[in-house]
Design a binder for this molecule. Structure first.
Ligand code: AMP
Length: 458
């Protein structure tokens, strides 16, 4: 690694004066970022720091632990990646930082950001997530990367089973989407990992929806953290238009197809609650000639990444997904988010709709509300502190005209599900389910109403 230019002493930064400035009047170097990294930011077209970067980077460079709360799409990844890369530049070593994320796709995305920002100094990352070959990952770890980006289950697996691998020299631990990582699904794995990494380290927790309950945070063993909040717990960006559509449950697919026809040409993510529905809706839309791919926790990891890449590249413009795609994924081109099934919590709502209107762009979210979702939506509206608007100009006659075509496409989709097997029905059958949102998809189904669609939730 080339020799570093000395960074300005962070304590020389006048935090008071900095806090008076707007992000657009601030530069990365004013935050203490070295010229080489400021240049890397410029190359990525980061002209100025975002709010979360402005508020957290100086503290991180000063060696403080951070709890960062910022809206999704607000530049959180660079907020933790830049100070880590800068410190790595000062003190190059293997296994310098470990970044944990709750989903595998988010882990790959974080590694891309580290590599893009750190290319100038040759930062090497290894991505260690479930669903991918252990042996290939062991080889990557044996090459002693600077940064490990992982999902907790697979990291723990390597810590226990990969000969010669340990994190005893780790300097930084980051938990992205920390509230999710510190919850009950991941908590025990994280506890195991924390036992085998040094206590003398820096810890950064970032999320868009962190309820900083002391007990939860204690799990991450923070030492005198600085809490940087540039969003309220349930805030969404101004450039996001948020709508609802209300109709009877039985007509859900008619309205979905109507809406997709109305919004044809837009890049759209449709969120559903179960793997089964995700798969079935994707088949149905394809039967209607639409370019749809699906993403859920019971697909093999290679298929998941393949679907995501088709969607990112624009060769398919509809992604039907469970909440495994709701957190952190940065696909700037997403125009529309449709909540086909209402999210079960305000947190999930914030994360889902945050897949659009990113980095200053505009976007729309449309939440489907049936007779069974009214209470859920009212709770979300209360947390958001605003009412959703009704989606305008819906022509109900046009919706009804779709009935026959949609029924045919549904029938064919059901047959395809039978022929191809559909998502595996039980956890026992899963080969790649050692961590991430896949587990949660198994648990979040609401009580099933007898005789209604979705009875076979998993
Ligand atoms: P994140 O919240 O980390 O997922 O980032 C959201 C998007 O903002 C990504 O596409 C980043 O490349 C972009 N981004 C991050 N920092 C900046 C910045 N300072 N200026 C402009 N775009 C940024």
């Amino acid at each position: 690694m080339p020799e570093a230019a000395p960074a300005p002493a962070p304590s020389s930064i006048d935090m008071e004066a900095l806090s008076q400035k707007k992000p657009e009047d601030t530069t990365f170097s004013e935050l203490g970022i070295i010229p080489q990294l400021s240049e890397a930011c410029e190359k990525l077209k980061f002209k100025h720091p975002t709010e979360i970067q402005k508020e957290s980077i100086p503290w991180a460079l000063e060696g403080r632990d951070i709890i960062g709360l910022a809206q999704t799409g607000s530049g959180k990844t660079a907020a933790f990646a830049l100070p880590i890369i800068q410190k790595l530049w000062d003190n190059p070593q293997a296994f310098f930082a470990c970044v944990m994320a709750p989903t595998r796709e988010l882990a790959y995305q974080i590694a891309e950001t580290f590599e893009a920002l750190g290319s100038i100094i040759g930062v090497r990352c290894a991505v260690v997530v479930g669903g991918m070959d252990m042996m290939t990952q062991s080889i990557a770890l044996s090459k002693r990367p600077h940064i490990i980006v992982c999902t907790p289950g697979r990291l723990q697996d390597h810590l226990e089973n990969t000969k010669g691998f340990n994190l005893r020299t780790l300097k930084y631990l980051v938990m992205d989407e920390a509230d999710r990582l510190l919850d009950m699904d991941f908590g025990p794995k994280i506890d195991q990992i924390l036992k085998v990494i040094p206590r003398e380290r820096n810890t950064f927790l970032f999320s868009a929806t962190m309820t900083t309950k002391v007990a939860k945070l204690q799990r991450a063993s923070l030492s005198k953290p600085v809490k940087v909040e540039v969003a309220t717990k349930y805030s969404t960006v101004k450039s996001l238009l948020q709508y609802y559509m209300f109709f009877p449950l039985a007509q859900k697919d008619w309205y979905l197809v109507y809406l997709l026809n109305e919004l044809a040409g837009n890049s759209t993510i449709i969120f559903t609650r179960t793997c089964n529905d995700t798969q079935k809706i994707a088949y149905m839309l394809r039967n209607l000639g639409m370019g749809a791919v699906c993403l859920h926790g019971q697909m093999q990891q290679k298929q998941r990444l393949g679907a995501l890449n088709h969607f990112k590249a624009g060769s398919k413009n509809i992604l039907v997904a469970t909440d495994v795609a709701s957190r952190g994924l940065d696909i700037p081109s997403v125009d529309i988010v449709i909540n086909y099934d209402a999210p079960i919590s305000s947190k999930d709502y914030i994360h889902r709709v945050g897949r659009t209107a990113r980095a200053g762009r505009s976007g729309k979210s449309i939440t489907f509300v049936t007779q069974y979702d009214v209470e859920l939506i009212q709770r979300i509206e209360k947390d958001l502190g605003r009412k959703l608007d009704e989606f305008p100009n819906v022509d109900k006659n046009d919706v009804m005209l779709l009935q026959e075509r949609v029924s045919d496409a549904q029938r064919m989709a059901t047959l395809e599900m039978k022929e191809k097997g559909g998502p595996r029905g039980s956890k026992r059958g899963r080969r790649d389910g050692d961590d991430d949102g896949a587990d949660r998809e198994e648990k979040i189904g609401l009580p099933v109403k007898k005789g209604k669609r979705g009875g076979n939730r998993r």
